[in-house]
Design a protein around this ligand. Structure first.
Ligand code: ATP
Ligand code: MG
Length: 392
């Protein structure tokens, strides 16, 4: 790491205007501050659609901070930059040393300058020409190409310093967490629900998780695996609550009193009711699941209608139109894949019917469910609820 190195985070969703823009920026600065805290002391501020994150002292963990910055939703791109004096010689010298490796690999380059300090004696084109000319002399094997260069050297002239950096890398995109409301995500130990949670968090939704457990049919390891997944998601979403809701009695009652072909559907209706109750208490306004159309019997269009029948708030299913291969690719990218494939049972996989109904009629399912004390069972499950706070 070069001394003085800092990060420039470009804001996403530039279509946002006025008050939305302000709250976007405020939220994002807060989120960046929070997420960099564990990497040391950083000064974080916003100027003209760019967030500056400067290490305050030598003890900052810049690699960890770089990683963390790339996992903050609302940031479209991240660049490492070095500040220097606002003179052409200082800028050229900074680019020469800081970008030496990039110059060694490039065949062509250009300089792109931006001038936030409008009192600066040169305009941005003049800065680019002067800096570019000097760099071309210092690196004679690298040609100037303003149309399609291998390397673009960015120079930003701001109030106190000029900043030099190479091209930015993509950030996490989306909207700052907290801007998109608050929802409860149904988190199982599978591949899908961590990805669906991540997708909604990227749209700015603050998450709270609910996980159903059926001891002794499901084990402590299965629950720990889900907490591990939640923990991995905190790198993107920040801290979150995971509600653990006991589900054994409900499943046993369903098995005792309902036709086998409806086991899963009735179970899913209970999950919705309970998740909604948790959401209402938390002030959350939607539920999130990892369902994908046609993936299993309970995810056909008719089966989804049976589940939605009991949901009193929107059920967001971001994976609904995605193929499993795409979901797997995303789970690798967000870092949950290895944990998701650990082979522990989920309550969905105990008591699975041999021939689940794929074209259920809502009327028939409701009738089958009438054999149960739905409210009593749900209330009892909620009484047994516990929660765990998971931190990054
Ligand atoms: P996943 O890979 O997310 O487990 P899946 O393909 O196995 O999904 P199902 O087991 O039918 O599908 O579950 C569908 C959705 O229901 C899950 O994506 C998740 O949102 C929710 N869900 C399933 N089991 C649980 C559980 N034990 N606790 C909380 N939510 C669950
Ligand atoms: Mg599952």
């Amino acid at each position: 790491m070069r001394q003085n190195e800092m990060f420039l985070l470009k804001l996403g969703e530039v279509v946002l205007k006025g008050q939305n823009r302000r709250s976007f920026e405020d939220r994002l600065v807060t989120n960046v501050r929070r997420r960099l805290k564990k990497c040391g002391s950083f000064q974080v501020y916003v100027r003209q659609s760019t967030i500056y994150a400067e290490p305050v002292n030598e003890s900052c963990d810049m690699e960890a901070a770089w990683q963390a910055a790339r996992q903050v939703f609302g940031v479209v791109s991240v660049a490492r930059a070095v500040p220097c004096e606002k003179t052409v010689p200082a800028i050229v010298e900074t680019a020469r040393t800081y970008l030496a490796e990039a110059f060694a690999q490039a065949k062509s380059f250009k300089v792109e300058s931006k001038r936030a300090d409008k009192n600066y004696p040169m305009n941005s084109i003049q800065v680019s020409q002067a800096v570019g000319g000097d760099l071309a002399e210092l690196f004679p094997h690298v040609a100037v190409d303003v149309h399609n260069p291998d390397l673009t050297v960015y120079v930003e002239i701001r109030e106190k310093y000029a900043y030099v950096h190479a091209p930015a890398v993509p950030g996490a995109g989306g909207l700052p967490v907290g801007m998109g409301g608050h929802a409860v995500s149904l988190l199982s130990g599978g591949l899908d629900s961590p990805v669906s949670s991540w997708m909604m968090a990227r749209r700015g939704v603050e998450l709270e998780m609910v996980h159903f457990v059926s001891p002794p049919y499901t084990s402590q390891q299965a629950q720990d695996k889900v907490l591990e997944l939640a923990q991995q998601l905190t790198a993107w979403c920040g801290r979150m609550l995971v509600h653990i809701v006991p589900f054994t009695e409900i499943q046993e009652e369903i098995r005792r009193k309902c036709p086998e072909e409806y086991f899963t559907l009735i179970m899913r209706r209970f999950m919705m009711r309970l998740a909604e109750a948790v959401a209402r208490r938390a002030g959350a306004k939607a539920l999130i699941t990892g369902e994908s159309l046609g993936q299993v019997a309970s995810q056909t269009m008719m089966a989804l209608a049976v589940t939605d029948d009991v949901a009193g708030m929107p059920v967001l299913r971001p994976l609904i139109g995605m193929d499993k291969v795409e979901i797997i690719r995303m789970s690798r990218e967000i870092g949950t894949y290895e944990t998701s494939i650990l082979p522990y049972e989920d309550c969905c996989t105990v008591f699975t019917p041999r021939h689940p109904a794929t074209r259920p009629s809502l009327e028939d399912v409701r009738k089958a469910e009438a054999a149960l004390d739905v409210e009593g069972l749900a209330a009892k499950a909620l009484e047994g609820e516990s929660w765990i706070r998971v931190k990054p």
